[in-house]
Write a new protein. Structure first.
Length: 224
């Protein structure tokens, strides 16, 4: 049973380290992929709730971009929630569809213009790159044997990013480090079996939580 993602502690225990959890979809662009009887939107939500619980258990403050699984939130609004909360990371949780297997991180490496706004800044690009690499490295040992790690890519490699100057909408409006993870390919039978299981979702959330702990160390060094 899902009671929704709890909100951040009123009193953050680790300075200004707040994570913005963004369970992907539904947005203005897509409701999420579907394959092998699985709904990407549903899986993103299940893993997001597990991640929220794991962060809570570690005393790490967080906010979420959605209060319920089927809430429609635009990609601009998602970025603005992370900005308003001064997030040290906006972690965008998705599943891929297509010919591959395994998890893959995406981050913005350039800026683009949309709705009168140009972004993200060079600083946010650099932080996003570092966050993606940090989380990717931390996740590998946890997911080894379950899901392969794919090379880290940039927003430009995504369908939407490719059409708008190489940057995802959520990145253009982001003033905080932002990275998107495609947890697996739900079109791949083995990946689908993994992510459909409670144990698989638990392992994925644990991998992300360990990545966030690693990022927290780096973030607190940067921001004093
Ligand atoms: Zn997605």
């Amino acid at each position: 049973m899902l009671a929704g993602i709890p909100r951040a502690d009123a009193q953050p225990r680790y300075g200004s380290f707040v994570v913005c959890i963004d369970p992907g979809h539904p947005s203005e662009t897509a409701r999420g992929a579907a394959a092998n009887g699985l709904s990407e939107n549903h899986l993103n939500w299940l893993v997001a709730v597990k991640l929220a619980n794991k962060l809570n258990a570690r005393g790490i403050s967080f906010v979420s971009t959605k209060k319920s699984e089927n809430q429609m939130v635009t990609n601009r609004q998602r970025a603005e929630i992370a900005n308003t909360n001064g997030a040290a990371l906006m972690i965008r949780i998705h599943c891929d569809a297509g010919g591959g297997s395994g998890f893959a991180w995406y981050y913005p490496d350039r800026s683009a213009r949309k709705q009168g706004v140009t972004g993200p800044s060079k600083q946010v690009q650099g932080w996003s790159r570092e966050a993606a690499h940090t989380l990717n490295e931390a996740m590998k040992p946890v997911l080894r044997g379950s899901l392969p790690a794919n090379p880290i890519k940039t927003d430009a490699a995504t369908g939407v990013g490719g059409k708008q100057g190489g940057v995802l909408t959520g990145s253009i409006f982001s003033k905080v480090p932002t990275a998107l993870v495609e947890m697996c390919f739900i079109t791949n039978r083995r990946d689908a079996r993994f992510i459909a299981s409670d144990a698989g979702q638990e392992k994925m959330a644990e991998a992300m939580a360990q990545g966030i702990v690693a990022w927290r160390t780096k973030w607190l060094q940067k921001t004093g």
